[in-house]
Design a binder for this molecule. Structure first.
Ligand code: CA
Length: 528
């Protein structure tokens, strides 16, 4: 064995201790974590999708120009609560316990989360806006989170839960504006400025029912918005896609596209009238003379314009926060993240909503700016997951990553120290059924080139896509004999990932997870 001199090693140790100490005292980065709800990559112009020219997002684009944009940040389960719980804990939804929005109960707030770890390590922490995990936030010095509509909150007249379980009604106000003003005021008025901060700035927008804010109602008014390439998908070879209740033409209700209801309805009748369309077979048309295609196009235009109007409001609120941060003088020592809890269908496959493991809802926008470590205008194509956020942020803050966190830090990608795959494959699992949207529970694996999905609840269907030759996922090639070897390799890796992530359950056990019904806390409003 070769012998090394001890002296250089000692010098190295001394030097590195000194560096760490200096960081602890003065350089712990602040963290500004911005998250929206259901913001698809196609509706962020930095991603250069089919909407980028018609509806630009200059403030989010500016972050991308000054930081790093991830093209393949993926979620582990494409719905609100489970993605948020995965982000907070760095663990898969079946491990942190929050794997369904409907009927899966509340988030166990006593467990370890990255805000708690930051708080325990000297950070001042706060969260504003959408939370949607049932239990009140823990690990925050201050919170003001949406409470009404079972935690979804409303665009207008939103109701919030504030630190200490107080309920505050913001009558006459618009949710994006309330969140913007509160978060900026918190930043300005922090009491102990010697502490680094971690601020979660989380919007309801652009979640359904897509209600534009004051002043945004006429944005894009006369423009015809382009249609995505798969708008008229007929779902050949994809049984589960055909069965889903999320078609723009077949499953959008009247409220979604803001049709004025007739006068004189009782409250119950109004709810029924507005929500008509949700279920398969509940069909309506704004005008009997329209052809099928005209009607579908008309509903899409109504939907997509409101969606983009709501996005525009968020983009402006991000601009306002950036200006406040610049003014505070803290921008250079602040890590800024822009993300959304998952993607969304903006007419692709003829759909709205999310849930499926297909590209548009599997992908999360992810942009990160931190001038000290990240080269401006850089792009990462590596596969990464929402469970990787927590360990990455902890490492950036100089805090050890707890061993039970399932994600891993993508700091080497941020520092551009590796072009190699950060993850060779990722595992995905969706459990909810039949509400909402009648999407069959499924799990699967995605590599850089392939995606294999198994729909298992009350069907037994497999899908294989070659993303290199079929990026729109229209051709299920699972049954083609020539793909046998690829399939067998993917299944082997999938089974390894399931073991690694402690998801080694039988189909019957997984179906039980779907069938469980536990109420959410929001159903019992507190007395005050
Ligand atoms: Ca969401």
């Amino acid at each position: 064995m070769k012998k090394y001199s001890v002296i250089p090693l000692l010098l190295l140790l001394l030097f590195s201790c000194k560096t760490i100490k200096k960081q602890e005292v003065s350089q712990n980065p602040n963290i500004l974590f911005i998250m929206t709800d259901d913001h698809a990559l196609a509706a962020i112009s930095a991603y250069k999708g089919f909407l980028s020219e018609v509806a630009p997002t200059p403030n989010i684009d500016k972050l991308a120009n000054e930081g790093m944009l991830f093209n393949n940040m993926l979620c582990t389960n494409s719905i609100c609560g489970p993605s948020r719980a995965a982000i907070l804990t760095g663990k898969y939804p079946h491990v942190n316990g929050f794997y369904k929005n409907e009927g899966g109960g509340d988030f166990d707030e006593t467990q370890q989360t990255f805000p708690k770890i930051l708080q325990n390590n000297g950070y001042e922490t706060a969260v504003f806006g959408k939370w949607h995990l049932g239990t009140a936030p823990t690990g925050f010095d201050y919170y003001k989170v949406l409470f009404n509509k079972e935690g979804q909150g409303s665009y207008y007249d939103p109701v919030f839960e504030v630190t200490g379980n107080r309920i505050v009604e913001e009558k006459g106000k618009y949710s994006t504006n309330v969140i913007k003003e509160d978060a900026i005021n918190w930043l300005k008025n922090r009491k102990d400025k010697s502490k680094p901060f971690m601020l979660m700035y989380q919007f309801k927008a652009p979640h359904r029912p897509w209600e534009p804010g004051p002043g945004y109602e006429n944005y894009l008014g006369d423009i015809t918005i382009p249609y995505p390439a798969t708008f008229n998908d007929e779902y050949n070879g994809r049984k589960s896609a055909k069965d889903a209740w999320m078609r723009i033409d077949g499953h959008m209700n009247r409220k979604d596209v803001k049709i004025n209801p007739p006068k004189g309805l009782t409250e119950e009748e109004l709810i029924a009238w507005n929500s008509f369309g949700n279920n398969d077979g509940e069909f309506w048309t704004p005008n009997e003379k329209m052809t099928e295609q005209e009607r579908k196009n008309w509903k899409y235009q109504r939907y997509i314009k409101d969606y983009l109007r709501v996005v525009k409001g968020v983009d402006d609120a991000i601009g306002a926060m950036m200006a406040a941060l610049e003014k505070s003088g803290l921008a250079d020592n602040t890590i800024i993240i822009y993300t959304s809890d998952q993607g969304f269908y903006l007419g692709e496959h003829g759909w709205f909503d999310k849930r499926f493991m297909y590209e548009e809802s599997l992908h999360m926008p992810f942009i990160i700016k931190y001038p000290k470590k990240i080269k401006p205008g850089s792009v990462a194509n590596q596969l990464a997951l929402n469970i990787d956020y927590a360990p990455t942020l902890l490492q950036l803050a100089g805090i050890p990553i707890p061993k039970d966190i399932q994600g891993k830090s993508f700091l080497p990608v941020l520092e551009n120290k590796t072009k190699k795959a950060f993850r060779d494959a990722v595992y995905y699992h969706y459990y909810e059924f039949p509400f909402w949207h009648h999407v069959q529970p499924h799990y699967g694996i995605r590599t850089e080139r392939y995606k294999l999905i198994h729909y298992y609840y009350d069907m037994d269907e497999w899908e294989l896509f070659d993303l290199e030759n079929d990026p729109n996922e229209l051709n299920n090639i699972y049954a083609e004999v020539k793909n046998k070897e690829v399939i067998s390799k993917l299944k082997k890796r999938l089974s390894e990932l399931k073991k690694e992530y402690k998801m080694d359950l039988s189909l019957e056990e997984m179906r039980k997870m779907t069938d469980i019904r536990i109420d959410r806390r929001y159903r019992v409003e507190p007395a005050n």
